[in-house]
Ligand binder design. Structure first.
Ligand SMILES: Nc1nc2c(ncn2[C@@H]2O[C@H](COP(=O)(O)OP(=O)(O)OP(=O)(O)O)[C@@H](O)[C@H]2O)c(=O)[nH]1
Length: 352
């Protein structure tokens, strides 16, 4: 991945963050408006405060979105906006003269969403902004204190009290699901060879051990087929690496074609592949190996019409002599070595 595509990916991720916060802010401030409005109504507040409240509830979310999404660093700008949210919350708490229900509601909601976005450290920063603004505004308006909440105020708080926590929980649930999905994808990627799409060496041992365990439990046989491309270095040297890669992909495609759901095909080295065939006896396994050998011998390549490639194959079945996956592998490896020694392009079975 180039630096510029990495940068573009990061920016897209940051813009998604900005959009997510925009939705949450619109909802939170939209409903939070009513919680503060209940108190302003009882205070017979002037048009200045009402205008400010309206602007904070319904204009600020869009302004914050535009500022963050147009910024050079949308993520940083959005964190700054979140600090402004808390500062404005502090201002309303002081203006409401610490009316207990809406003030506590505002403080709790503005803290919960900050933890969700930036953790405890970010909460401390935003809580400080809230406290300082509350203190400054309270000083400015002469320290009025009226904590009693009437029924009207409580009722005005209800929509915010119900809707916003639901929205925070639903956003957290969505993120948790995304993390699970991404972990699955990462796990899948870490198991996959990018060139061929087959399982890679890393998880090959797990597959072989699982197959051995299954055979021991079910008293059935499995076959391990090791496939090595003959003179692959010469193919690379003569036709180039791209053709070499095409050969590896073709071998992988042929292996894909023979495996059943319970079998596994892996690329375990540069030009070396392994196939575990489950619940199969020697003869059918040998004929599958022979089919693979023949299919590769018959393969033709548009970009290198003269190219003929062959593979050597070693095959070993599980049986009383095979007590571990490592031993199974050694038997198949010895058979593969024999196939190479006897002139390549052939299948050799390990002695049962
Ligand atoms: N094109 C390509 N070549 C690779 C890749 N991985 C490993 N190789 C090459 O595969 C070659 C393997 O060569 P060797 O191990 O000498 O095997 P060989 O030439 O097939 O010899 P024999 O197995 O004895 O027939 C090396 O030249 C590696 O550079 C890959 O992903 N793509």
């Amino acid at each position: 991945m180039t630096d510029s595509s990495r940068e573009a990916g990061r920016t897209a991720e940051h813009l998604r963050f900005v959009r997510r916060i925009y939705a949450m802010r619109s909802l939170g401030l939209g409903f939070g408006f009513f919680a503060v409005a209940g108190v302003l109504y009882e205070q017979h507040a002037g048009w200045g405060l009402w205008t400010l409240l309206f602007a904070n509830g319904y204009l600020w979310p869009t302004l914050a979105y535009v500022l963050a999404s147009r910024s050079r660093d949308p993520e940083y700008a959005e964190y700054r906006n979140l600090v402004i949210d808390s500062a404005m919350g502090g201002m309303w708490i002081a203006v409401m003269q610490f009316n207990i229900v809406p003030s506590a509601l505002l403080a709790v909601m503005l803290s919960a969403d900050k933890i969700g976005v930036g953790g405890w450290r970010f909460l401390v920063r935003t809580a400080l902004a809230m406290l300082l603004t509350a203190a400054a505004v309270w000083t400015l308006i002469g320290f009025p204190f009226a904590p009693y909440s009437s029924m009207t105020v409580v009722l005005a708080c209800l929509p915010f009290m119900f809707v916003y926590p639901m929205a925070i929980s639903s956003a957290a649930y969505g993120l948790a699901r995304k993390v699970v999905r991404q972990n699955k994808q990462l796990d899948q990627l870490s198991r996959t060879d990018p060139l061929t799409g087959l399982q890679n060496r890393l998880h090959w041992d797990d597959s072989a051990t699982a197959a051995m365990t299954h055979c021991a439990r079910s008293a059935r046989n499995a076959s391990l087929i090791l496939i090595d491309v003959d003179h692959f270095k010469d193919i690379n040297d003569f036709h180039g690496h791209q053709i070499g890669d095409a050969v590896l992909r073709r071998v992988a495609g042929i292996l894909h074609g023979v495996v059943r759901l319970t079998d596994t095909a892996s690329r375990i080295g540069g030009d070396e592949f392994a196939l575990v065939l489950m619940n199969i006896e020697d003869e059918p396994a040998r004929s599958i190996a022979e089919r693979i050998r023949k299919a590769i011998e018959d393969a033709r390549f548009d970009d290198a019409p003269a190219l003929r490639c062959t593979v050597s194959i070693g095959l070993a079945s599980t049986g009383p002599r095979t007590v571990s996956a490592a031993m199974w592998m050694r038997h198949a490896d010895a058979a593969l070595y024999q196939a190479k020694q006897r002139g390549r392009n052939q299948v050799v079975c390990a002695d049962g």
